[in-house]
Design a protein around this ligand. Structure first.
Ligand SMILES: Cc1cc2nc3c(=O)[nH]c(=O)nc-3n(C[C@H](O)[C@H](O)[C@H](O)COP(=O)(O)O)c2cc1C
Length: 375
């Protein structure tokens, strides 16, 4: 449940943090137990959650020497837009669970480091408000409600807010057994019903402003769309000019289908171990996707990235960019916008240093020869 190394006093200010894990115990102190449990939880035995971290330990770097790394450029281009950092903000729902400024605080911190931000359908703040706070277009993550009209209305809203990319999440088709969440909810003495009205979906999403003005009659849930198929994705293509990426692809077979269906990019993700407990790290799934796609579309990856060395392992294997979820939520829960900014700064610094240590000046200089599988 807690990843930060044991011992030591919780930090008192963002600049005291030595690494991203330092924010987690502070967030644990500040955030109500049920909300912390929602963030920390994997599913079932949390094998996938752990695998996402442990996958990096099975990979070693092969640094090169004597290559003048006094100047390093960490920028990356994704679908024609250049970002100063290859690290992007993964979509996570309900950021006000962690701090009243929620996704707006995250956007301001992302703006400071020119990071790509992907906003969740289930965000508390609307796509318009977050775009304004980010000061540049953001991408919209879509939970395609089981009712097509709701998905269509969300797509229109994202397009209207200027999002260039629709990131459709395809790995939430069923309910989920979030045992850490359930256990921590039992420890929470507050009256959950005073904030969470669970009588209908419309009442549940009252503070999820992307749903404002959308007719939700007949809809019982958002994240889970068990009826999603490639036909649904093709239908989306017909109603939007935005580029379409799929989040949650973890096999070569589906990567090939994505190419055949004209998808613009893939995010290799297992939802941070929250989709199903499949046991496989995303860093282990990445090579088969890269091989299947064979340069035909950009591949991004997320899941367990906490260190600069994690980031460059994925970039060397062929990922265009790397997403983080929980680390920025630890920063948000600990210190709001300043906490998120410091988490991102630490990741940027570690990534830059890891590039120098490996003897590369640009991300394009990284290639699979820099990584080997430990035997
Ligand atoms: C609290 C929380 C909420 C999340 N909400 C969403 C969401 O609304 N939509 C989505 O596509 N993924 C969601 N995710 C998954 C993230 O986008 C991402 O795939 C994952 O967090 C990456 O793994 P990491 O947390 O180990 O960095 C959520 C993850 C967490 C931890």
């Amino acid at each position: 449940m807690i990843w930060s190394p044991a011992g030591g006093e919780p930090i008192k200010a963002p600049n005291e943090a030595i690494n991203v894990f330092d924010f987690e115990p502070v967030a644990f102190q500040n955030v109500p137990p049920a909300h912390f449990g929602y963030m920390a939880s994997g599913l079932d035995d949390e094998v996938t959650l752990r695998a996402n971290r442990e996958g990096f330990l099975k990979l070693q770097l092969r640094p090169r020497r004597l290559r003048d790394v006094s100047k390093v450029d960490t920028s990356t281009e994704i679908l024609g837009t250049s970002y100063d950092s290859p690290i992007f903000i993964c979509p996570t729902g309900g950021n006000q669970f962690f701090h009243p400024d929620g996704e707006v605080a995250v956007a301001k911190a992302a703006r400071a480091g020119n990071h790509l931000q992907i906003l969740s359908t289930s965000a508390n703040y609307s796509v318009e408000d977050v775009t304004k706070a980010r000061g540049a277009p953001i991408w919209f993550q879509l939970y395609a409600s089981p009712r097509w009209e709701v998905a269509q209305a969300l797509i229109k809203k994202a397009e209207g807010a200027g999002c260039p990319v629709l990131m459709v999440t395809v790995d939430r088709v069923a309910g989920r057994n979030q045992e850490t969440l359930f256990r921590l909810t039992r420890r929470d003495t507050r009256d959950c019903a005073s904030c969470h009205d669970r009588s209908s979906f419309a009442s549940r999403v009252v503070r999820r402003h992307n749903y404002d003005g959308i007719d939700l009659s007949g809809v019982t849930g958002s994240g889970e769309a068990a009826n999603l198929t490639w036909d649904t994705i093709r239908r989306m293509r017909d109603v939007t000019r935005m580029k379409i990426m799929l989040k949650g692809i973890v096999t070569a077979e589906d990567a090939e289908l994505a190419v055949q269906n004209g998808i613009d990019g893939i995010l290799v993700s297992n939802h941070g171990g929250r989709g199903e407990d499949n046991g496989r790290a995303t860093i282990d799934a990445l090579p088969e996707i890269i091989a299947a796609v064979n340069g035909r579309l950009p591949v991004l990856v997320d899941g367990g990235f906490r260190r600069g060395t994690d980031v460059i392992k994925a970039l060397a294997m062929g990922a265009k960019a790397v997403g983080v979820g929980r680390p920025y939520l630890w920063g948000l829960g600990a210190f709001g916008e300043e906490g998120v900014a410091r988490v991102l700064e630490l990741l940027r610094t570690e990534t830059r240093v890891a590039m120098q240590q490996c003897g590369v000046r640009t991300i394009s200089e990284l290639n699979p020869n820099f990584v080997r599988r430990a035997t």
